[in-house]
Design a protein around this ligand. Structure first.
Ligand code: NAI
Ligand code: MG
Length: 337
């Protein structure tokens, strides 16, 4: 059976890591066919809009997209297309695993195996109430947390724990200070947790969580948290295990799912052919799990680990002298077809 997925090559290092990723996927006999679609800067140049209707239609039809990073200018300029895609398709769960890999330049070459489940549609990222006073002295924004949004993300985290045999969910919050928003999230999380007596649940305040993650990351299994905290914590977790080049993320909704790398378009190394393709490849592995091909997902992850173990053609971020495509080829050569 052929499954069509929407492929967004992105900008910056996006096209380089996507070519490498598709090279690996093509060696795996997955029955995938690709429908290429544009978004972000590339779409703006080609079609005059950041998110063309054809791209939206493609994702809506295929329900699965593999996406490279898209640049969002800092401060002024257009709002994030990544945030927009998550909002438009109501991709409420951002699932970001962080796992120790061999031969990375990491403080934790072993012992880290956790998943951050980040609420992806609410919190500080709703893009509402952003204002700057006329004198330029006062800026404001609105944060929104709903019971529904909190309930479904916490439920997702506990269901994920059950499905994957994980034992503990840590609810990360700042309800001591952000009493209304984080307070509602925590209260709802406690209610949901009661329905999962088989899964241990604990609560941790976000600043302490950051310290604990750096000191003793092995105590974490699944973390569930609101949008902004999840964004920051998942980059922190990526740093624990060897950098953004190894950190994937899935954006999951009821009607669609978009798989990507946690990292951005890395303008500092774009065009040099040295970006690490593993984050997007691991995103593709999450996609294969989602598509009901867990053996293929495992084969892909094992090939990545074997390539890291052999230090074969690793990219410079991992201390190697390989490049994006040679690394991908080394991985592809280790996949049993
Ligand atoms: P970044 O993640 O692009 O880069 C941070 C650092 O990590 C840079 O030094 C970069 O060279 C390095 N890095 C990232 N990916 C790498 C890889 N695969 N291999 C080797 N090194 C890698 O973050 P930055 O610079 O803050 O953001 C750049 C742009 O990307 C911004 O416009 C931002 O809005 C956008 N962005 C897009 C995301 C998405 O499409 N989902 C996510 C995060 C940022
Ligand atoms: Mg981020």
């Amino acid at each position: 059976m052929t499954q069509t997925i929407t492929v967004i090559r992105g900008d910056g290092i996006g096209p380089e890591i996507m070519d490498a990723t598709l090279h690996v996927l093509d060696t795996m006999n997955l029955g995938l066919s690709y429908e290429f679609a544009d978004a972000g800067l590339v779409a703006l140049e080609k079609h005059g809009e950041l998110l063309p209707a054809a791209t939206m239609d493609s994702i809506r039809k295929n329900r699965i997209a593999l996406k490279s990073p898209l640049t969002t200018p800092v401060g002024e300029g257009f709002s994030s297309i990544n945030v927009e895609l998550r909002k438009r398709f109501d991709l409420y769960a951002n699932v970001r695993p962080a796992k120790s890999f061999p031969n990375t330049k990491s403080r934790f070459p072993s012992g880290v195996d956790l998943i951050t489940v980040r609420e992806n549609t609410e919190g500080a990222y709703i893009g509402e109430g952003q204002s700057l006073s006329e004198d330029g002295e006062t800026a404001m924004l609105t944060q929104k947390i709903t019971r529904r949004g909190s309930e479904r993300i916490v439920r997702y985290a506990f269901d994920l724990a059950r499905r994957t045999g994980r034992k503990k969910v840590t609810v990360v919050h700042k309800a001591n200070i952000l009493k209304s928003t984080s307070g509602l999230f925590l209260k709802t999380a406690r209610e949901v947790a009661q329905q999962y007596p088989d899964i241990q649940c604990n609560e941790m305040i976000v600043d302490n969580t950051c310290m604990q993650l750096v000191m003793r990351p092995e105590q974490f299994d699944i973390i569930v948290t609101t949008n902004l905290f999840g964004d920051i914590i998942s980059d922190l977790c990526a740093g624990l295990v060897g950098g953004l080049g190894l950190a994937p993320g899935a954006n999951i909704g009821t009607d669609a799912a978009i798989f990507e790398a946690v990292h951005g378009s890395a303008p500092d190394i774009a065009g040099k052919g040295i970006a690490n393709p593993c984050a997007l490849l691991l995103g593709a592995a999450q996609m294969l799990d989602h598509l009901g091909q867990p053996e293929k997902a495992t084969a892909l992850r094992e090939a990545i680990i074997a390539t890291l173990e052999a230090k074969d053609s690793l990219t410079p971020d991992l201390g190697g002298e390989g490049n994006t495509m040679s690394f991908a080829k080394a991985i592809a050569s280790r996949i049993a077809a």
